[in-house]
Design a protein around this ligand. Structure first.
Ligand code: HEM
Length: 390
């Protein structure tokens, strides 16, 4: 074979080899089938209505009951996936600024999922109480009370076990098998998103910089605002003396909320009594972020805190909607899990709030027009300044 012949032959071999490699890569990616990739064989064969298995005559609505619960559990899995990732990003002593953006994005997704979970209740409500009774006996003693993933979500967000309403004096973990109970105890005793957020807030700079003390300036503005309101009530021509007295009294109770900000000991006393959970320093930082949220560097911290409040609100809304559905299905019957049913669930909507302290910040807000001016040096640090000469 001459030189040209040899060249053509090796190029041919080389080409075939490359084609073969591409083909193998192709096979690696295209070999998977939709059915297998999504594990549909397992998922779609996981509905076992007990009414047909036990009695041989399926209650039509039991399929809906099972599928709605399964859909919930799948979404719970996604929520846990998101919450764990955000918790892990906030674990570090110094949270990477870029991660706040990612966290906000993921928490917004959690919020959207909760919206969907609230809407799903109306699908469940297409089943009537009479339909439910066709198979309710077969559920006993199973109950949503035994949803491991739901408890894990509560723990990840930061619901404390001593805050929980106890059923029959037993800890909520008592309905789980050992491995799941251990995992719940671990997420319960470990740091939650609430704790990491508190740590992160406590590290917020800008509360004191050089001679500037945020709280001193804020206190002055609040006093001026309250004095003005008092003066307006006293000088009012429309209010009767009784109404004036009532309003001044109400103003006084608003003042006590402000006092807890100006005096750390009052705040600590509230923590002791269980009225407040967020530490003093973290509360002041959250207040600063809310007041100066228009400053560029505080946009994302503000959005992050808002997401946590939104999720807490969504979870509470879900609890409320679920309790209403239970009232509709069961009236005042007790639950299959042994609780008082509707009554117990209504109490959880009141007691199982997690980020109540962030909502409480609204009490401390003052109008923009009264916001103390920040010194130029601080303003510069709070803005995104780009100087082409640097
Ligand atoms: C006909 C529909 C439903 C009824 C009658 C019902 C009834 C109840 C009742 C009575 C309880 C209190 C615990 C007990 O004593 O059993 C409960 C708890 C619970 N249910 Fe439902 N439920 C229904 C649908 C759902 C759905 C679709 C989900 C979605 C996953 C769900 C999730 C839960 C959870 C997570 C709890 C525990 C709540 C807590 O302890 O804070 N339930 N349910």
């Amino acid at each position: 074979m001459n030189f040209i012949g040899e060249f053509i032959f090796t190029s041919y071999l080389h080409g075939t080899l490359i084609t073969l490699i591409y083909l193998m890569e192709d096979l690696k990616y295209s070999n998977v089938h939709y059915q297998d990739y999504l594990g549909l064989n397992e998922i779609l064969s996981a509905q076992h209505p007990r009414s047909s298995a036990i009695e041989g005559s399926p209650a039509h609505e039991e399929m809906l009951f099972i599928i709605v619960h399964q859909a919930y559990e799948l979404w719970f899995k996604q929520i846990i996936h998101e919450l764990e990732s955000v918790r892990d990003m906030f674990r570090d002593q110094k949270v990477d600024e870029r991660n706040i953006n990612v966290s906000v994005h993921r928490l917004n997704r959690v919020k959207e999922i909760f919206q969907l979970l609230i809407q799903q209740i109306s699908i469940m409500e297409t089943m009537t109480p009479l339909d439910f009774l066709d198979f309710r006996n077969y559920l006993f003693p199973a109950s949503g009370f035994q949803s491991f993933q739901f408890r894990k979500i509560e723990n990840l967000l930061g619901l404390k076990s001593d805050q929980r309403i106890k059923l029959g004096g037993c800890p909520y973990t008592s309905v789980f098998k050992e491995k799941q109970a251990d995992e719940l105890i671990e997420t319960d005793s470990g740091k939650s998103l609430f704790d990491y957020t508190e740590d992160w807030l406590e590290r917020t700079p800008f509360l004191e910089m050089g001679n500037y003390k945020f709280l001193d300036h804020y206190q002055k503005s609040v006093q001026e605002m309250l004095n003005k309101e008092k003066e307006e009530i006293n000088l009012s021509h429309f209010l009767t003396e009784d109404e004036k007295e009532m309003r001044l009294m109400m103003l006084g109770s608003t003042n006590t909320y402000f006092n807890a900000v100006f005096d750390m000991n009052i705040h600590l006393e509230k923590i002791k009594k269980g009225e407040v959970r967020l530490s003093y320093k973290a509360s002041i930082a959250a207040l600063l972020i809310n007041l100066y949220r228009d400053e560029p560097i505080l946009h994302q911290p503000f959005n992050y805190l808002t997401c946590l409040m939104d999720i807490d609100e969504m979870l509470t809304t879900w609890r409320f909607r679920h309790s209403q559905m239970v009232m509709r299905m069961l009236g005042n019957k007790i639950g299959t899990g042994g609780s008082s049913g509707y009554q117990y669930l209504r109490e959880t909507t009141e007691r199982h709030h997690i980020y109540r302290d962030l909502h409480g910040i609204s009490t401390l807000m003052i109008p923009r027009s009264r916001l103390p001016q920040l010194p130029k040096t601080i303003l510069k640090n709070l803005g995104f300044y780009f100087n082409s000469s640097h």
